[in-house]
Design a protein around this ligand. Structure first.
Ligand SMILES: [Zn+2]
Length: 418
């Protein structure tokens, strides 16, 4: 780990290089498709890079804004450069509290053999450690913005919209260690040169497709690659597409589906090293992407240790109940909204992190600010940026409260692991 040293200048130089490369590329490649604009090497159908006129002050979600925020606003937390992306961009963490210092006598896998995490974690195994990730997919801005606002609450008691969040602020007193990485994949974020999309609503022809193009990438004819088809290309050869989207790093790898046991990418290696070092109880990995017909925050059941599933279900009920009570789910019935899904995620980064350090590692998906959907009854949603912020804060807050109330992994194993 290195001390904080934001390299805005380096980023600008890098973007200039991209632009130059783009000119070279355009000069020797086939003409761009009709009705598109180009930025550097990439093609965007007209209007796809439209930016909202008035970006709310709390919407801090670009590389430059994050760099400036971390450099100038974080006083209580410790800002560190914890990694470097495939494209050479720095990755920052902000941490609070005292970390585990114990040294165990075995591996995590070894600890499972004796049904006790302590020999892996060491003498301070009972400490409560929370880790939050944003921007694993670089253009899923809600999670990035949420973590920056959470940091602001820890720093000042208020989010960047001026709203007091005393319950969240108090988590500094009850969670021993909090580690936050607002933007895990700066390469993906750097590829999309806008701060915030316009809201395309629920019915416009561009509703969904613009965000999907920016997020999952586009073909040379301007159509979206789309999810999950984009997962057929890891690593992605950028030359095969009009725009590679915000998923991959500059090596073309979507780290949610990295080559975990083979040659993991620098971003993944960084997460593995932090996870092994911090040994968190819970890792919350914030994404953007929910079904358009139930367009509210969703939580995936992780493909992880079977013993953690009841713990996941408890966490799920707690977050979903609070979201429902705050009007941020598809109905007002918390009993229905908090029924955990039976279906598991596929093996992905969350699985790898769980098996690497024993954390309950969970992916949470937000609606996008770029378009709207409906609830299950077909009623259109109207998520404001403030609503999206509230949902992010609630998900992190309830996860931390759950951690405090249940006592973390060393207590879970006594109550649930038989
Ligand atoms: Zn994602």
């Amino acid at each position: 780990m290195k001390q904080f040293n934001p390299s805005v200048t380096k980023t600008k130089n890098y973007l200039c290089l991209i632009s130059l490369m783009g000119l070279l590329f355009l000069s020797c490649s086939s003409p761009k498709p009709k009705d598109t604009v180009s930025t550097g090497t990439y093609y965007f159908p007209e209007g796809y890079l439209d930016e909202v006129e008035q970006v709310p002050a709390f919407w801090v979600a670009s590389i430059e804004e994050i760099d400036t925020y971390l450099k100038t606003k974080v006083k209580k937390g410790k800002v560190e450069t914890v990694g470097t992306s495939a494209g050479g961009r720095p990755i920052f963490s902000v941490s609070y509290g005292s970390k585990r210092t114990g040294s165990g006598t075995t591996t995590f896998s070894g600890s499972l053999g004796v049904y006790d995490i302590a020999p892996y974690r060491g003498e301070d195994s009972d400490k409560l450690v929370y880790m939050g990730l944003g921007g694993v997919h670089g253009f899923e801005l809600e999670g990035i913005m949420g973590i920056i606002n959470m940091i602001e609450v820890f720093e000042t008691g208020k989010d960047l919209n001026g709203k007091k969040r005393p319950e969240l602020a108090s988590m500094l007193d009850s969670v021993d260690r909090i580690v936050l990485i607002p933007l895990v994949s700066p390469d993906g974020r750097a590829r999309i040169p806008i701060r915030m999309e316009t809201d395309k609503g629920v019915d416009s022809p561009q509703s969904f497709t613009v965000h999907e193009y920016l997020n999952t990438g586009g073909k040379k004819d301007g159509s979206i690659i789309g999810w999950p088809d984009v997962k057929e290309h890891i690593p992605m050869d950028f030359a095969d597409f009009g725009f590679p989207g915000g998923y991959p790093n500059d090596n073309g790898v979507n780290i949610m589906h990295d080559d975990f046991f083979g040659s993991p990418q620098p971003e993944t290696r960084m997460l593995f090293d932090i996870a092994a070092n911090e040994k968190p109880d819970i890792i919350i990995n914030m994404h953007t992407g929910v079904p358009k017909n139930n367009y509210f925050m969703q939580i995936h059941r992780p493909f992880a240790e079977p013993e953690l599933q009841p713990i996941f279900e408890g966490l799920y009920r707690q977050i979903k109940t609070s979201l429902t009570e705050h009007g941020l789910q598809g109905s007002n019935d918390a009993t229905v909204e908090s029924i955990p899904p039976q279906e598991y995620s596929r093996y992905n980064l969350s699985t790898a992190l769980n098996l690497h350090c024993g954390a309950l590692s969970v992916v949470i998906e937000s609606p996008s600010h770029g378009f709207q959907g409906t609830n299950l009854a077909g009623v259109p949603t109207a998520h404001t940026p403030e609503d999206l912020l509230d949902a992010q804060i609630i998900a992190h807050l309830e996860s931390m409260k759950f951690l405090v109330q249940t006592g973390g992994r060393s207590k879970w194993q006594k109550d649930f692991f038989k």
